[in-house]
Design a protein around this ligand. Structure first.
Ligand SMILES: NC(=O)c1ccc[n+]([C@@H]2O[C@H](COP(=O)([O-])OP(=O)(O)OC[C@H]3O[C@@H](n4cnc5c(N)ncnc54)[C@H](OP(=O)(O)O)[C@@H]3O)[C@@H](O)[C@H]2O)c1
Length: 353
């Protein structure tokens, strides 16, 4: 990239891509350019391009990956497709920002990291939550010890989303763990690190996906616990609580795209980026994608290949825990290709709960 502008291409003309592209419009044009959209269906790509003012539309992903006009590809497709599409983009010399979950298992993450390293390219899982100012402030408060020693983290995330393919279809890596639960797993990783034991139980739907899951992560050496409950059947509070010996921090609903942080002494409100064009987003607080996009630009301008906020080890760790949760629930995806439990998961082997 010769200029300070990042030229974005997109895989998948779906809801999340719509919101990400729309959020980029809130940022300076000379910093972020939306160049191309690729879909499996050329009509869909053309409609999407027309609606969102994108220069080029492609009826397959390979053509966009081959384009010389693109610096980075955002992958906004269903979970089962992330691995192959990220690989395609990296092998064609493109930086990659891939929606969460970055893959469906840890072995896939390892392979993508190896390719990104080999090709000297930026590669990041799109955990947008961790770029919101409210989340940055929560993590800073914890680090500064404002609630004493952290002992517990609890989170419940649930929506009546089972009717959506990405929750009910096993063949596309569906289920509440990989769509909802991973937010909690990433918070647990950022706050506590690697658990010494992982205990999960859940309700499996008729289609074989996890519709409700309860996960407990234990950190024996430091006497800490994280509890993550997620559901695709019912609405849940969507609040994250971090409890310490001297008080509690709360990221209020929706904690995955937060604007309000409660500390023991005050309630902090963080305004979202101005939406002057009154863009209609599909998902809550999607204008907050700007925080993530601008950080990605800064990383690439600095020549960094991974982001210090959501790095490769974080994605590896979260996928490792998700693999273990799926092992306990007995969920194997067709795309796992026998690689589900290829890697070591627990730091403290033999202490699985
Ligand atoms: N960061 C966030 O806030 C957030 C919010 C929601 C979702 N997400 C993540 O974003 C990703 C997409 O979610 P979404 O709600 O945008 O999904 P979506 O609109 O249902 O689908 C996105 C795209 O996936 C492709 N696709 C759909 N069904 C497929 C199938 N059976 N086989 C292959 N490709 C298929 C389609 O691409 P084509 O255009 O090529 O047909 C579709 O446009 C998921 O990984 C999800 O976890 C993130």
């Amino acid at each position: 990239m010769k200029t300070t502008s990042l030229r974005w291409g997109f895989f998948g003309a779906g809801k999340c891509t719509h919101d990400f592209v729309s959020a980029l419009k809130l940022l300076p044009l000379d910093h972020h350019k939306v160049v191309g959209i690729a879909s499996r269906d050329s009509n869909k790509a053309e409609d999407f391009a027309e609606k969102l003012g994108i220069e080029q539309a492609f009826g397959n992903y390979s053509e966009l990956a081959e384009s010389d006009n693109v610096d980075i590809i955002y992958i906004g497709t269903v979970n089962s497709e992330h691995f192959h599409q990220a690989k395609l983009a990296l092998l064609h010399g493109k930086h990659v920002l891939c929606e969460k979950p970055v893959c469906i298992n840890r072995a896939q993450v390892e392979e993508l990291v190896a390719i990104a390293k080999d090709k000297d390219l930026f590669f990041m899982e799109g955990f947008w939550t961790f770029f919101f100012p409210a989340t940055r402030k929560l993590l800073e408060e914890i680090k500064q010890g404002s609630i004493g020693k952290v002992v517990q983290m609890t989170v419940e995330i649930g929506n009546k989303f089972y009717h959506l393919d990405r929750f009910s279809r096993k063949d596309i890596g569906g289920g509440t763990l990989l769509n909802h639960g991973v937010y909690g797993l990433m918070f647990a990783h950022q706050i506590f690190g690697q658990p010494s034991s992982i205990s999960a139980s859940g309700i499996i739907s008729a289609s074989g996906t996890d519709e409700s899951v309860a996960i407990t992560l234990t950190y024996r050496d430091t006497a800490q616990i994280a509890s993550i409950i997620c559901s695709s059947k019912v609405n849940m509070p969507g609040e994250l609580r971090v409890i310490g010996t001297q008080g509690m921090l709360k990221l209020k609903f929706p904690f995955w795209a937060p604007t309000i942080l409660e500390t023991p002494t005050e309630t902090l409100q963080f305004d979202l980026p101005l939406n002057l064009e009154a863009i209609k987003f599909n998902n809550l607080n999607s204008s907050g994608f700007t925080y993530e996009a601008e950080t990605v630009r800064q990383c690439i301008l600095n020549g960094w290949r991974e982001c210090p906020i959501v790095g490769w080890n974080a994605s590896r760790a979260v996928m490792g825990v998700a693999d273990e949760v799926r092992r306990q629930l007995g969920i194997v995806f067709p795309h796992d290709n026998n690689t589900l439990h290829a890697s070591e998961i627990c730091a403290d082997k033999g202490q699985r709960a």
